[in-house]
Design a protein around this ligand. Sequence first.
Ligand code: RB5
Length: 146
Amino acid sequence: MKLLIGSDHGGYHLKEHIKKYLTEKGYEMVDVGTDSEDSCDYPDFAQKLCNGITQGTAEKGILICGTGIGISIAANKCAGIRAALCNEVYGAKMSRQHNDANVLCMGARVIGVGTAELIVDTWLNTDFEGGRHQRRVAKIMALEEK
Ligand code: RB5
């Protein structure tokens, strides 16, 4: 499975770790940057990753900044994106089952690498439940037209 991944400087080291972790598990990782710890602006990388999803490069992506907050706010401004900030495992599971999140956001200054690995594994291995949740997700997406 192909996956997009991106971060700002605050998430750079965790991005590199998760990229390696998932590559070793057989995922094809497409890295949209950033490429160093040099200060940069998280909306730029949120936009790059979300463009990759809407253009069909991959169905899902992972975004990381210091808290996960800024990059998730930015991602949710992009059409077609349902970005979920998950710094714990339960939220990661629910964001797939109930919200059909297509972007996972994490905060590198909030969680350690072990927790991040569990979050990513859970998020990638949980399916959307559909049913009543499909109606709600459709209503979320309709907000883009209002
Ligand atoms: C960068 O210092 C920091 O503000 C950013 O990584 C993120 O936490 C913003 O929400």
